[in-house]
Design a protein around this ligand. Structure first.
Ligand SMILES: [Zn+2]
Length: 74
């Protein structure tokens, strides 16, 4: 998927909700600890605390790291 803002290739992953909501790229395992360094190691991106998301399912999401955008279905 192309980013609608900057037209770069977007990275596919999932939104997860454990210790906050974060984006996890495909092929990465969930961090065991939700520390900043662990999240960075797994190339995960924490969303701001105002994002609330409680679901047993992890929706597919596309991230653009260039302009800090995430696209998800609802
Ligand atoms: Zn972009």
């Amino acid at each position: 998927m192309r980013c609608p803002y900057c037209n770069s290739d977007m990275e596919k992953g999932q939104l997860k909700s454990k210790g906050g909501v974060f984006f996890l790229p495909d092929g990465e395992k969930s961090p065991k600890l939700y520390t900043k360094s662990q999240m960075m190691k797994h190339r995960a991106v924490y969303l701001p605390p105002y994002v609330n998301f409680f679901s047993a399912e992890f929706p597919t999401a596309y991230i653009c790291r260039m302009c800090s955008k995430i696209v998800i279905d609802y």
